[in-house]
Design a protein around this ligand. Structure first.
Ligand code: PLP
Length: 427
């Protein structure tokens, strides 16, 4: 390195990782909700969002909810009911509580498993798409043949190896929950992500590809599931003149005001994807010649939504970097760099990058949970990066990768400056 950071002017206003982009129609639908007094968790905006969400994801039904985490929670409950006859997985022997989960993902993918008393078993990541490794998943079933539920996400909007993952699930009679929170609009073999799981969920969180400021949908092809999820999300009221209850409920329904924002955003999904794709491609082009690669996907099968651009540094171009549970340090070296250095340099010009989502098996909370690699049971990760030591793919990508500023409103001139800063880190 030895970046002359002062050589590069900071941006006048911050370039974000991924910020909301409004277009005007959102306000129209929100105003409509206000003026017609549908200021509630009922109303035409919710109906319309459910229609749009199902249409876009190519499923029969969508249930509008307060967030994607809530949607995933109801997915887990539906799976629990189908598997065990009760809407939870926290009953009985430990083997019946294990759930195979993506490891390199945002923790909202698996928090709902824990809400229901399930015990996550983390499945390592593959190199080709940075998602759950089907070979490691198969290994996991060899070790824990009783497991009946798998939850996998599509990281950064880049579809995982869906066919292989589903084939493993089918072979072992397991249900598959698809967390499409980050991948709305991304397709695999011509079909939309969110349409592959037995149950699936999408997110309208503020940093996602389109947003309601918050919100999410549960996706399913089964009317009974949709009705059940809708009922659970409104405190599980039975049909009666009074408040009648036979089971526990939740206050998870989407607000009609939020739905107005989501409704206004849907027509711009494809535009946002095109912008994100352009960002990813400009990075790919601009970083040519550096010892880095962009986040990968299966080009013959997948059309990502390019929500986040990320890069990974070649092993032999990594300078020494050590992370503990809250801090990171590195030793600068000519011709080499590391995510910590690049992130520091980016924040020096007021551009927001972010480390790769820290794998769940490395989180203090899940230190004692099983973690399965392609070689079977593995817990090789350390917080120090030791080149070549990793059979732990997630820990390796976490050590060498980072998310780049991916805002769809970033202009080429800004991105050029960001690319220049990254280049200087390797000088
Ligand atoms: C954002 C996100 C969620 C949660 O979405 P919310 O709508 O914020 O609850 C779940 N899984 C993944 C992978 C996410 O990125």
């Amino acid at each position: 390195m030895f970046i002359r950071k002062q050589d590069l002017k900071p941006f006048a206003s911050k370039v974000w990782l991924a910020s909301p982009t409004m277009h005007g129609d959102e306000l129209k639908y929100v105003t409509e909700a206000y003026e017609t007094n549908w200021m509630s968790t009922v109303g035409p905006n919710i109906d319309e969002v459910e229609k749009l969400a199902a249409q876009k994801a190519e499923v029969k039904y969508a249930v509008g909810l307060s967030c994607c985490t809530a949607a995933l929670h109801l997915c887990v409950k539906l799976a629990g009911e189908r598997l065990y006859g009760k809407p939870a997985i926290g009953h009985g022997a430990v083997e019946d509580r294990l759930v195979f989960c993506s490891d390199m993902t945002f923790d909202a993918t698996l928090n709902p498993v824990v809400y229901e008393g399930g015990i996550p078993v983390f499945i390592d990541t593959e190199q080709d798409t940075w998602n759950m490794d089907p070979i490691a998943l198969e290994k996991a079933f060899e070790i824990y043949p009783e497991v009946k539920l798998v939850i996998a996400a599509h990281l950064y909007g880049f579809p995982g190896k869906i066919d292989e993952l589903r084939a493993v699930c089918q072979r072992h009679g397991a249900l598959f929950i698809e967390d499409a929170a980050e991948s709305m609009g991304a397709a695999y073999k011509g079909r939309q992500t969110g349409s592959f799981g037995d149950y699936a969920a999408v997110s309208y969180n503020g940093n996602k590809i389109i947003t309601g400021s918050s919100g999410g949908c549960l996706l399913t092809n089964d009317l009974e599931n949709a009705n059940k999820a809708r009922k659970w999300s409104t405190q599980a009221r039975e049909h009666a003149a009074w408040y009648q209850h036979e089971e526990v409920g939740y206050n998870y329904r989407m607000s009609n005001v939020i739905a107005g924002v989501v409704r206004g955003q849907y027509p711009y999904l494809e535009e946002h994807i095109a912008q994100k794709k352009a960002v990813w491609e400009r990075y790919k082009e601009g970083l040519k010649g550096l010892p880095v690669r962009m986040n990968p996907f299966e080009e013959d099968k997948s059309v990502p939504n390019y929500w986040l651009s990320a890069l990974i540094i070649d092993k032999d171009a990594m300078c020494r970097q050590v992370r503990d549970d809250s801090m990171a340090i590195y030793r600068p070296e000519h011709g080499k760099s590391c995510p910590t250095e690049i992130l520091d340099a980016l924040s020096g010009i007021k551009a927001e990058g972010r480390p790769i989502w820290k794998p769940m098996h490395m989180q203090p909370m899940y230190r004692c949970n099983a973690f399965i690699t392609v070689n079977g049971s593995g817990r090789a990760s350390t917080n120090a990066y030791i080149p070549g030591s990793a059979e732990d793919v997630g820990a390796d990508i976490f050590a060498r990768g980072l998310c780049l500023p991916s805002d769809n409103k970033m202009i080429p001139a800004q991105q050029d400056r960001i690319i220049e800063v990254i280049k200087r880190c390797f000088e």
